[in-house]
Design a protein around this ligand. Structure first.
Ligand code: PMP
Length: 361
């Protein structure tokens, strides 16, 4: 059978989808991967021990459909109740469920910046949500006043990554509060995938704002991208909405190994604090080195930097780095096509990048 006849079997909306394209994960020996914002360090040894233990204990049984032990661990760490925590298979899944649960509001548009995590756009297509993307400013900052003015006319909700991706720029808590107040009848979703690297979390606002949903992940600051665990925190009525969607989709999104590893990670505060410090320190060093090479670097509160060189084309730089087995992310997209997004690696990986760039420039 010819492969190109196969689309006739698809549901029509599937043919119209434009799926998210993750950064490439090639298997090249000696490759330095600074393209998908993973943490360069392995997770806490306690995580590995917990997963090994879990592997020998009960894999023949389904896991807890409510992921109660994991939700309790998140709740304990953030001074919340388990009923205020939802867990999912990576924060991408949590985000998808949130879009489905809160933003399918007929005749109203979901608001988010034009430069942000590109999966938001994909979820709006998947769930047939009207999207209105508000331009970021010249400095690539979220235009908060424009968002507030637009929200006042009615909307399906607001989604923000804080710190934003791929810029790394963070918003203060006072700004998040202004948005929450401007959109009291719809959910304001704050995606805090990168918050542990110097951002300010909105979690302390949860008790006061019934419309706030905060989404976090263990993929970045806890070095567990391979385990696939993310969570959302909000008042119990929001968690209930998410749970309805989850229970209409997959009863067991968190497997036994993921649950054990995630709980062990959440309990290892010392490892976590050190790992975040290491990444932030390496980021600040890389920042200075890139500036010394003539790059303009946006102020980042994340585990990546977003930088452009006034004399060198970003796509060409990315391609030349790739030839040297160094992967960075380039988005061929209006307004940011001259930027490179560089994930923070180990000290040695960052040094290798700087050496390669020095040779190239
Ligand atoms: N939000 C943002 C802003 C991200 O950059 C990512 C990582 N690509 C995610 C969410 C998803 O992370 P994960 O599914 O690994 O939890």
């Amino acid at each position: 059978m010819q492969a190109d006849t196969s689309t006739k079997f698809w549901s029509p909306p599937v043919a119209a989808l434009r799926p998210y394209v993750p950064g490439e994960q090639p298997r090249i020996p000696g490759l330095i991967k600074l393209n998908t914002n993973e943490n360069p360090y392995p997770p806490s040894a306690r995580v590995i021990a917990a997963i090994q233990q879990a592997a020998s204990d009960g894999l023949e049984r389904y896991p807890d459909p409510e992921s109660l032990a994991l939700r309790q661990a998140v709740a304990t760490r953030h001074a919340l109740q388990p009923a205020q925590v939802f867990a999912g298979n990576g924060s991408d899944e949590v985000l998808a469920h949130a879009f489905c649960a809160f933003f399918r509001q007929p005749g109203q548009a979901l608001l988010f910046p034009d430069i942000t995590y590109s999966f938001y756009r994909v979820y709006t297509q998947l769930y047939d949500i009207e999207a209105e993307q508000l331009p970021v400013t010249e400095a690539l900052e979220v235009d908060v006043d424009a968002l507030i003015a637009r929200a006042a006319q009615g909307c399906a909700g607001i989604v923000l990554a804080n710190p934003n991706a791929p810029t790394g720029i963070g918003l203060p808590l006072s700004t998040i509060e202004r948005l929450l107040a401007a959109c009291p009848d719809r959910v304001v979703l704050v995606d805090e995938a990168y918050v542990d690297f110097g951002g300010t979390s909105a979690l302390p606002l949860i008790q006061r704002y019934p419309n706030l949903l905060v989404v976090q992940t263990l993929s970045k600051s806890r070095s567990l991208a391979g385990l696939r665990v993310g969570f959302a925190c909000g008042q119990a009525h929001l968690i209930e909405g998410l749970t309805r969607v989850k229970d209409s989709f997959n009863s067991y999104p968190i497997d036994r190994l993921a649950s054990a590893g995630a709980i062990a990670s959440l309990e290892d505060e010392a490892w976590f604090a050190q790992a975040c410090r290491d990444v932030v320190e390496a980021r600040e060093t890389l920042n200075e080195q890139l500036r010394a090479l003539g790059f303009e670097v946006l102020p980042s509160q994340a585990n990546f930097v977003f930088a452009r060189h006034p004399q060198h084309d970003a796509a060409q730089l990315a391609a030349a780095l790739r030839e040297r087995a160094l992967l960075v992310r380039h988005f061929n997209q209006p307004r940011i096509a001259q930027y490179l997004r560089i994930s923070i690696g180990t000290r040695a990986q960052c040094d290798a990048l700087v050496a390669a760039l020095t040779a190239l420039l």
